[in-house]
Unconditional design. Structure first.
Lengths: 267, 104
């Protein structure tokens, strides 16, 4: 009996400790700043340097990214709300790589979204919805086929869309040309939208972040017209998705901008 | 004269940065300094660097979306997030009942 009690007690302590570190922690610093040396940027909270959850030094290659992360920490009020710090989370994931993902793993993960991409499954039952999806989604599919030299076709029934090996090859070639950091951003974006086509369209600046989230929630938007909009559900999820997607797009562009700059110098 | 898209984005960004800052003052803020410097840099760019300018504007708008989405999300959460159980009096008021202690 005693041992069970002590076990329960230790368990609850763990639970408390876990809770206190993961979701509620008071702001323990006053100022945040960015330090730079040798083209690398670090974030300081007062005198302390920011570290990743695994204890690695938090070092990024891009100045705007470091500034955005420092701003994120500076914008925390009394309590540090980590669930709203998407840029910090993305940097941490790419620095620690907690799932030990290699580049081929990540590309495979992303490619698996292709045959079940949201925009390839269109409705046929309701004429209004079908027309809506056709008007909104078809231009993006067309753009994607042109840009990545694929031949993806939408499906109107339960059978999955046709996917040729060349399609997979062409998209994977493009994905493999990205750095590991950038691919972490891709995964975050694709997980948010459940669509690699929409994610690529946003990252390549074909559509804006708001538009991409709107297109990913297209059927929901259609139903809203009939049944009404509920702020604490629809708006909340829309805003959450927008923040997540915007964070990943910024992360990818900031990580790429460094390379573009270096290329220009060498010319 | 209507403000250009770039000016609107810059204004929006500064507004959101101010709203997000705990002190409400962004004079010393690294982000606001960086954003203003970027807008000044691309303002004078020739047309031949048009692509870079578009990209900078796209990133500005994306950051604006990021900040405003986070702020609105927080506002909605604050409004609707549960604050625990209602008291007996609050529940009685809600359905139009009186407590036994209230005068009839």
């Amino acid at each position: 009996m005693k041992s069970v009690l002590s076990l329960l007690r230790t368990k609850s302590i763990y639970a408390c400790r876990f809770y206190s570190t993961s979701s509620t922690r008071k702001r323990f610093y006053k100022n945040t700043n960015v330090l730079s040396s040798d083209g690398l940027y670090e974030i300081t909270l007062d005198q302390r340097k920011l570290k990743t959850p695994n204890g690695n030094p938090f070092v990024v290659k891009s100045e705007p990214l470091a500034i955005a992360v420092a701003t994120e920490w500076n914008n925390q009020k009394d309590i540090i709300v980590r669930s709203s710090m998407h840029l910090t989370a993305l940097c941490n994931t790419s620095l620690d790589n907690p799932n030990h993902l290699s580049k081929p793993d990540m590309v495979n993960y992303l490619l698996n979204f292709l045959p079940t991409d949201t925009v390839l499954f269109q409705s046929q039952g309701e004429a209004d919805l079908a027309e809506f999806q056709q008007n909104e989604w078809d231009p993006v599919i067309e753009w994607f086929n042109k840009r990545y030299e694929t031949n993806l076709k939408k499906t109107l029934d339960i059978s999955p869309p046709q996917l040729f090996e060349t399609d997979r090859m062409n998209v994977s070639k493009y994905l493999l040309s990205n750095s590991t950091e950038t691919l972490h951003g891709f995964i975050f974006a694709v997980d948010t939208l459940k669509s690699i086509i929409l994610a690529c369209a946003t990252i390549d600046r074909f559509i804006s972040v708001e538009k991409a989230v709107y297109l990913a929630r297209l059927e929901e938007e259609y139903q809203l017209r009939h049944w009404g909009r509920v702020e604490w559900s629809h708006d909340l999820s829309q805003l959450e998705l927008q923040a997540r997607l915007a964070a990943s797009v910024l992360f990818i562009h900031f990580n790429r901008a460094e390379h573009a700059k270096k290329e220009k110098l060498s010319l | 004269m209507t403000a250009s898209l770039a000016t609107k984005t810059l204004r929006g960004l500064l507004h959101e940065l101010r709203a997000a800052s705990p002190s409400g003052c962004i004079k010393q803020s690294l982000a606001s300094k960086y954003v203003i410097a970027q807008f000044q840099q691309y303002e004078t760019t020739d047309e031949q660097f048009c692509k870079a300018k578009d990209e900078a504007l796209f990133l500005g708008q994306t950051y604006l979306t990021y900040l405003s989405s986070l702020r609105k999300h927080e506002e909605i959460k604050k409004e609707y997030h549960g604050r625990g159980e209602r008291s007996v009096r609050e529940t009685a008021d809600l359905v139009g009942f009186k407590l036994p202690s209230d005068p009839k």
